[in-house]
Design a protein around this ligand. Structure first.
Ligand SMILES: NC(=O)c1ccc[n+]([C@@H]2O[C@H](COP(=O)([O-])OP(=O)(O)OC[C@H]3O[C@@H](n4cnc5c(N)ncnc54)[C@H](OP(=O)(O)O)[C@@H]3O)[C@@H](O)[C@H]2O)c1
Length: 262
């Protein structure tokens, strides 16, 4: 594949901006657009053989619906959305081009892609897949090739459950009417680690995290398990049944003896 021009819709901010810099450093001509800035979609498609959609989750399908029909068959339409099933389906439906779903498992604050996860969901065509894969492999990213459904199932845990848990703890802390300064004096190392995570989530990108939780198609199962687990724990704690609680922890298969020895 000859070096294509790359268009990033949503390249004016967030992770799209990060990938604009990344591809520019790789020697590609990158054209970015946002709501107010940059070329129109027909102009972008005219200039770029590769178009990357990197807009807020809620507007992703709508943007794909607009740009998809403009993409020629030999071009590549791809996206960076945190979910894959819905955007990949939309890209397949609204374009005739090659389609690959991408999900970087990192945010725009990282310095280098090396060692970070990069999910690739090949969906239509074979011409562009080696090209995009090799760019990430060249930088020693941890490339994971999978299908959209499997990806979204993992994300229900890695992001849905994870952030739900962080938000719950943050909201409970807020309800307690605590004085953060005073709390800090009493904090333990484990608490400080958790507070750092809560700070990250409550401090910025609350829209992204809210969408990541509410838009995941598999989150309802997680919510069900979360609720049932909490109800079970409530009963045990009310009975002051520490032995039962300990048994529950010990009986999990999460960290088996073998895992510990590795
Ligand atoms: N941030 C992350 O850590 C991260 C990591 C992995 C994947 N993602 C995924 O990347 C995508 C973008 O997330 P983000 O956090 O980078 O969002 P963001 O910081 O809010 O940036 C969104 C970009 O989309 C543009 N935009 C907003 N509404 C638009 C619209 N209606 N039409 C066209 N462009 C629009 C914005 O440009 P203007 O403001 O100039 O209009 C901006 O360039 C999401 O699908 C998210 O799931 C994000």
């Amino acid at each position: 594949v000859k070096k294509p021009n790359i268009g990033i819709i949503g390249g004016t901010g967030g992770i799209g901006r990060w990938f604009a810099d990344f591809f520019q450093k790789e020697g590609y001509a990158v054209h970015i657009s946002g709501r107010r800035l940059g070329p129109s979609y027909p102009e972008l498609v005219e200039k770029c053989a590769v178009v990357i959609v990197s807009v807020p989750i809620k507007v992703t399908s709508q943007v794909i619906r607009q740009v998809g029909p403009l993409m020629p068959e030999e071009s590549l339409l791809t996206d960076l959305t945190s979910f894959k099933e819905k955007p990949v389906k939309a890209m397949l439906k609204f374009s005739r081009s090659e389609v690959i779903g991408l999900h970087p498992l990192f945010g725009p604050r990282i310095k280098s892609i090396t060692g970070h996860g990069m999910v690739i969901c090949p969906a239509r065509g074979e011409k562009w897949l080696p090209w995009i894969k090799n760019i990430f492999l060249k930088h020693k990213a941890a490339v994971i090739e999978t299908n959209p459904r499997q990806h979204d199932k993992w994300m229900a845990l890695v992001q849905g459950l994870n952030h739900l848990n962080t938000i719950t703890m943050g909201l409970v802390l807020d309800r307690s009417g605590l004085n953060l300064k005073e709390l800090e004096t009493y904090s333990t190392p484990m608490f400080r680690t958790k507070m750092d995570i809560i700070k990250q989530l409550f401090g910025r990108e609350s829209r992204l995290y809210s969408e990541i939780i509410t838009e995941n198609p598999h989150i309802h199962r997680i919510l069900q398990d979360y609720g049932e687990t909490l109800s079970g724990l409530k009963q045990i704690i009310r009975r002051k049944d520490s032995q039962r609680l300990q048994k529950m922890i010990d009986n999990t298969k999460l960290f088996s003896k073998e895992t510990e020895q590795q």
